[in-house]
Design a protein around this ligand. Structure first.
Ligand SMILES: C[S@@+](CC[C@H](N)C(=O)[O-])C[C@H]1O[C@@H](n2cnc3c(N)ncnc32)[C@H](O)[C@@H]1O
Length: 360
């Protein structure tokens, strides 16, 4: 006897086609990540910002690039509304607001670093494919340089806009100590953007920046020399679980706790290294505690980085806790509590970051 089979549900063809066309836009956006990085590295955006309405031949001539590339890039940018196009004159224009977002490195709206970080991350996807199958990880230090430089260029404008004027003043009594002369450890400092900004703002204080990635520390030393603050900062290659020194008035971690394999071990080291009334400042990507809190454009980008960059980084290290980029404050509090910290407060936030104050 044959079993009756249910008829498949009728498809909503409009919904299907709407999804397909949304995906076409996202394929364009995927390619656009490379186009933005290309426009940044070839100087196309800076040239357009400086010269106004431009033809492909003019852009190619002024940037020393081949005209067919300039032409196709301009067309792709116009199709994506990054540029406007004027058919009668055949000229392309970078609108002033987009010129800020695409050319002003210090602006909190600056975007090329975000794209550079994303493109470098996507570049390494085959390693993550292998890691997902084996359950292993892929270390921060193993990624292409665009990941390290893009990270610095993405986060630095936000630190430049908020760290000295908003985030440090949100911590109880910390600015007074920094003005008087404090000892500060900036752990997982990468290229040292946050360390250099703090050293510039508080000349009486002394800073120790550390990171487990030797090439990042070499760059951080260069950044401090370029900024004229090498006399106030010592950079060391060290993992957070081996944080060098004691008696710190302030320990900072910018966008790195969730990348660590053993954040509880790192937190225990912070407790040991802090002065008795010291403060641990943790800056983490903006996130709520529940998945549904993060189902928005920022959460989408960060869950993408989490899958391809931060979670593999954590899994490449001992313990491999894999907090994820969207851990949320409750899970960070659990890490602090497990290390013996008693006081925990969320003291400031931006669309991209949350600032936590943790004390004994
Ligand atoms: C997303 S980057 C942030 C870098 C820097 N704090 C910033 O805001 O630009 C994460 C950093 O954490 C560092 N890191 C990861 N695991 C670490 C560990 N166990 N100990 C020390 N640094 C670590 C990486 O080398 C990388 O520089």
């Amino acid at each position: 006897m044959s079993t009756p089979t249910e008829a498949p549900p009728a498809l909503d063809m409009d919904a299907l086609m709407a999804f397909v066309f949304r995906a076409v836009d996202e394929v364009g956006a995927t390619l656009n990540a490379a186009l933005v990085v290309l426009g940044d590295k070839l100087g196309y955006y800076r040239d357009l910002a400086a010269h106004g309405p431009t033809t492909p031949a003019e852009l190619a001539e002024r940037t020393g690039t081949a005209e067919p590339y300039a032409r196709e890039w301009l067309n792709a940018q116009a199709a994506g509304d990054y540029l406007t196009y004027d058919p009668p004159s055949g000229r392309y224009t970078l609108p002033p607001e987009q010129a800020v977002a695409l050319t002003v490195e210090d602006s909190p709206a600056f975007l090329p670093g975000f794209f550079q970080l994303a493109l470098g991350t996507v570049h390494d996807v085959d390693h993550v494919l292998d890691a997902a199958r084996s359950g292993g990880g892929y270390g921060w230090h193993e990624h292409v340089t665009d990941v390290h430089v893009g990270c610095e260029r993405f986060f630095r404008p936000s630190y430049h806009a908020h760290l000295v004027d908003e985030w440090l003043p949100a911590l109880d009594g910390v600015v007074e100590k920094l003005q008087a002369g404090a000892l500060v450890a900036d752990v997982g400092c990468g290229h040292g953007a946050s360390t250099v900004l703090m050293a510039q703002a508080f000349p009486e204080s002394r800073f120790v920046g550390s990171d487990y990635h030797p090439e990042s520390i070499a760059t951080a030393r260069q950044r401090a020399a370029d900024a004229g603050v090498s006399d106030r900062i010592r950079f060391e290659v060290a993992s957070a679980q081996e944080l060098p020194g004691t008696g710190f008035d302030l320990v900072t971690m910018f966008d790195c706790l969730h990348d660590m394999g053993d954040p509880v071990g790192a937190a225990e080291q912070v407790r040991r290294a802090l002065a008795p009334d010291g403060t641990w400042m943790v800056v983490e990507p903006m996130a709520g505690d529940h998945v549904e809190d993060n189902l928005n454009p920022v959460g989408r980008a960060y869950y993408g980085f989490s899958t391809l960059l931060c979670t593999p980084a954590s899994l490449s290290q001992d313990v491999g806790l894999a907090l994820g980029t969207q851990a949320g404050p409750a899970r960070i509090r659990d890490v602090a509590t497990a290390a013996g910290f008693g006081r925990f407060a969320s003291v400031a936030e931006t669309p991209f970051n949350r600032v936590l104050e943790i004390r004994a």
